[in-house]
Design a protein around this ligand. Structure first.
Ligand code: DX5
Ligand code: ZN
Length: 215
């Protein structure tokens, strides 16, 4: 699987979001990672479905929506209608993960499940064959610009082993603290979708930053 780059617009200039999206897709990014925070699951509040709907008019990129919200089941329809391609929810925020996955698929989107650094792979074992993607958080969710938690590399490797062993068509995305150095570690461990916010939007040359992260 070729590596996919998903710049996180959390680190973009929110006053010029359409241009900020164009900047990274023109520079070669395949996905646009959209961090949705509800002020409850994580402290901050960020982007709602209305913003995704507006951005959709300006971009054909894959919209990779990362829901950091309680009760994700209440948000699926509106983000799908707004133009999300992939919707990822946190297993920690859902009592009925299997149902949420079915809901995302019925809405016509690819389904991802995210796990926090403190959450074991065992929490998603029973739904692994149902999801298109697992998002391994390599920081605690809530903020951009945090340091990569390197003990997550072992979790990525173990997940990669299970996916290969069971021949599952499931991508591994990593999110948090990804830069040119940590991206190599994550790729070597088995990650194939790399989210990066500050390392891309904070770079002087966005194309170079994307190339370096892709490796
Ligand atoms: C954190 C978000 C990330 C964030 C990553 O909760 O899910 O997507 O934007 O930012 P960096 O790449 O700066 O760690
Ligand atoms: Zn994210």
């Amino acid at each position: 699987m070729a590596t996919i780059i998903a710049p996180s617009i959390l680190s973009a200039d929110f006053a010029h979001l359409a241009d900020e999206v164009k900047k990274v897709t023109d520079a070669g990014a395949e996905y646009v990672h959209i961090d949705v925070m509800d002020g409850t699951f994580v402290p901050e509040i960020t982007i709602g479905a209305g913003v995704v709907k507006s951005l959709r008019k300006f971009s054909r990129a894959v919209f990779d929506v990362h829901l950091m919200v309680e009760h994700p089941e209440t948000q699926i329809e509106s983000f799908a209608k707004a133009g999300a391609d992939i919707i990822t929810f946190h297993v920690e925020a859902s009592k009925h993960s299997h149902r949420v996955i079915q809901q995302i698929k019925s809405a016509g989107c690819k389904a991802g499940v995210a796990i926090n650094p403190a959450t074991s792979l065992a929490a998603i074992e029973e739904i692994l064959s149902d999801v298109d993607m697992v998002l391994i958080m390599t920081v605690n969710p809530g903020y951009g610009g945090q340091k990569f938690i390197s003990s997550m590399l072992d979790k990525i490797s173990r997940l990669k082993y299970i996916i290969d062993d069971e021949e599952l068509p499931c991508y591994i995305e990593v999110d948090g603290g990804i830069n040119a150095e940590t991206s190599k570690l994550a790729r070597d461990a088995g990650a194939n979708i790399l989210v990066a916010g500050s390392a891309i939007y904070g770079a002087e040359n966005i194309s170079d930053a994307i190339k370096n992260i892709r490796g």
